[in-house]
Ligand binder design. Structure first.
Ligand code: CTP
Ligand code: MG
Length: 632
């Protein structure tokens, strides 16, 4: 039976978003927002193109990088800038969107990972996602929805259309809203989700006003804006903080991630009513960058916990279940069926791929409405525990996240990492390397995993599949570090440390916080903190490792030049972190090799070469300073 929504004439009404059967959905359709606005992941390619274009006179310089660098290291600024909304989870409830404090200097009691997860999950359950027409009036829209109860929070964003995320104060309001929502007439699978579509009755009669809502930004800033901001910073330390502020997940983006998990949970609940879908990885460990993927874990453990078996006399009842040969096969079967569900009736889920033979079986899909690339796994509790550990490390000292973001961004700019699986270093491995480096400082900035285990209480005890995953979960029990080294020094030392690390014989181990002999011959060995027999960077090839080492040495040297007050960079020249994000001598050599391979005319090739040779700004110049030019 259709229920007429309780709208007012000429005003909005809601329909459920559905997936029509047989609809041709593009595999991995790239959301328009991604096509329009390149991610800073492409910084290296962008800068390489800029460099080549400039050398043939295609681009003019603009005074974007007029720098106001002060030699004074603004340690205080670092302490005050710190982390934003994700880290705000650590400290307090409602934070301004940017610039909240965190870290060892912050005396506010810090929340446990599990508390944050539960609060966010409950918040997501009171929230709906609504696809809106562009000419919607925000005021009327909110008035219409508030018939169902008070609204706590809302925001709009753009992703293949305009969407609203609306959080009600009470969960009952969602039920009331759903019962006042129309099921569309088209041939479609009738699924009552919390992903709705707003239709305007008498849409033709609506005044054609410009959009009246402000859409929140779910994307990282453009490379150009990022470089401008970095060049305007006061010091290298300030640049690291700026990068963090610009790239970290916003409060809205975090809400959208939890909401997406909650919507997927509704689909999975069709089979497993008591399941939970939890985000893990960089979406929740505080190291996520705007645009990162959404890792999800289908947790079926609650199903078993619901019953309290009653034994009377000799009798005990057990569910009849289908036995399978192993846990792995059970996981594959569960994911296979959930993959089918998402494909057939998951509103907004497109390009569903079942990758069940991987070491960790998963279902990969795009959630079109949020724009997230999602990886759904099951039986992956250890990865959730690693996310908790990284969350804890990220919250212990404000320098940790700033350093991790810069190293990740640097690695992406030089194509050391990639979104395509391959022989590259991953962001997870880079984070482990930063943590290890910070454990090796004197005095240490971060404690070893063994010492976190020693601080654990009985309630922290955790063993998963025979692996001891115990560590203290209450952040407030961990003493802040006495180390006061500035970020600038730490960045330089990080590059120096790994530029000279004996990768051929040593393994990186954050459990012990010291190098250990490599147990095998993989070029890079980083021990998985909980499954200690595993190497998280087993995929990394010798040539990729060598590229990392070469770039680390070069970057350490560039920062050293800056620190020693080497030749003052000319005005407009990028400096500090901004200079590290530009193509290196090595990158430009391989770029010119590639160009030489291209069937370009001899005239253009020789022009390029001669301009490079005579251009004092050439990135191959060996004075240690590289130049950046931007669009006029
Ligand atoms: N993970 C792991 N072992 C690996 C790879 C990943 O335990 N060899 C776990 C980690 O907890 C990691 C999570 O799976 O955080 C998700 O992996 P991935 O998406 O590759 O890394 P993220 O940390 O989410 O970083 P990114 O922003 O690149 O997605
Ligand atoms: Mg991830």
């Amino acid at each position: 039976m259709e229920v007429e929504p309780a709208g007012f004439s000429g005003e909005p009404c809601l329909c459920t978003e559905q997936k029509p059967p047989g609809a041709q959905l593009p595999v991995y359709a790239v959301p328009a927002r991604l096509r329009r606005n390149p991610l800073p992941f492409h910084l290296g390619a962008w800068a390489a193109w800029t460099m080549a274009a400039r050398s043939v006179g295609l681009l003019a310089r603009s005074p974007l990088c007029a720098q106001s660098r002060s030699p004074v290291r603004l340690a205080a600024a670092r302490l005050l800038s710190g982390a934003g909304p994700v880290a705000a989870d650590v400290g307090r409830e409602e934070q301004p969107l940017r610039g909240a404090e965190t870290g060892s200097e912050d005396k506010t009691p810090k929340k446990r990972f599990s508390e944050v997860q539960e609060e966010r999950r409950e918040q997501a359950q009171r929230t709906v996602l609504i696809h809106c027409p562009h000419k919607v009036s925000e005021k009327k829209f909110l008035k219409y929805l508030s018939q169902h109860g008070a609204i706590n929070n809302h925001f709009f964003y753009e992703s293949l259309g305009l969407f609203a995320v609306v959080e009600f104060a009470r969960k009952e309001s969602v039920g009331s809203l759903q019962s006042g929502t129309l099921m569309p007439h088209e041939a479609a699978i009738p699924f009552r989700s919390r992903f709705l579509s707003l239709k305007l009755k008498n849409a033709g009669g609506q005044p054609s006003e410009p959009p009246s809502v402000r859409a929140s930004q779910q994307l990282p800033p453009s490379s150009q804006r990022l470089l401008e901001r970095l060049c305007r910073a006061e010091s290298v330390g300030d640049q690291l903080d700026t990068l963090l502020q610009e790239l970290q997940l916003t409060e809205e983006n975090v809400r959208l991630r939890y909401l997406t998990c909650s919507l997927i949970e509704d689909v999975a609940a069709a089979y497993f009513p008591d399941c939970t879908v939890r985000p893990f990885g960089s979406s929740v460990n505080t190291f996520g960058k705007l645009g990162c993927d959404l890792d999800m874990f289908l947790d079926l453990d609650e199903i078993g916990k619901r019953s309290t078996p009653k034994t009377v006399g000799n009798f005990l009842l057990e569910f009849q279940v289908k036995n399978v040969p192993s846990e792995r096969i059970a996981t594959q079967k569960i994911l296979s069926v959930i993959g089918e569900c998402l494909d057939h009736f998951g509103p907004g889920c497109v390009g569903v791929q079942k990758i069940l033979n991987a070491r960790c079986p998963l279902v990969r899909f795009s959630h079109q409405a949020s724009g997230f690339q999602c990886d759904l796994t099951a039986n992956n509790r250890i990865a959730l525990k690693s996310s908790e550990l990284l969350y804890l490390y990220g919250a212990l000292d404000s320098r940790v996240r700033a350093l991790v973001f810069s190293v990740r961004c640097w690695a992406r700019a030089h194509s050391l990492t990639s979104s395509i699986p391959g022989a590259w270093i991953t962001n997870f491995s880079l984070t482990m390397m930063v943590i290890f480096f910070l454990q090796r400082r004197s005095p240490p900035i971060l404690p070893t995993l063994e010492s976190l285990k020693a601080l654990a209480s009985a309630e922290d005890k955790c063993v998963i599949e025979g692996n001891n995953c115990t560590f203290v979960r209450d952040l407030n029990k961990i003493q802040p570090s006495r180390n006061t080294e500035p970020l600038e020094l730490l960045l330089k030392e990080f590059f120096e440390y790994f530029g000279n690390f004996a990768f051929n014989k040593n393994s990186i181990n954050i459990r012990q916080g010291r190098e250990q002999n490599k147990p095998d011959s993989s070029p890079l060995h980083i021990q998985n903190p909980f499954e200690t027999s595993l190497n998280i960077s087993r995929n990394v090839s010798q040539s990729q490792l060598q590229k990392f080492v070469d770039l680390a040495r070069e970057s350490a040297w560039l920062l050293q030049q800056d620190g020693e007050g080497g030749p003052a960079p000319a005005p407009r020249q990028p400096w500090g972190l901004a200079a590290l994000l530009l193509p290196s001598v090595r990158d430009s050599r391989s770029l010119s090799k590639k160009q030489n391979r291209r069937p370009a005319s001899e005239r253009v090739k020789s022009l390029l070469e001669s301009i490079k040779e005579h251009n004092p700004d050439s990135p191959t110049a060996t004075d240690g300073k590289r130049t950046m030019s931007t669009h006029a």
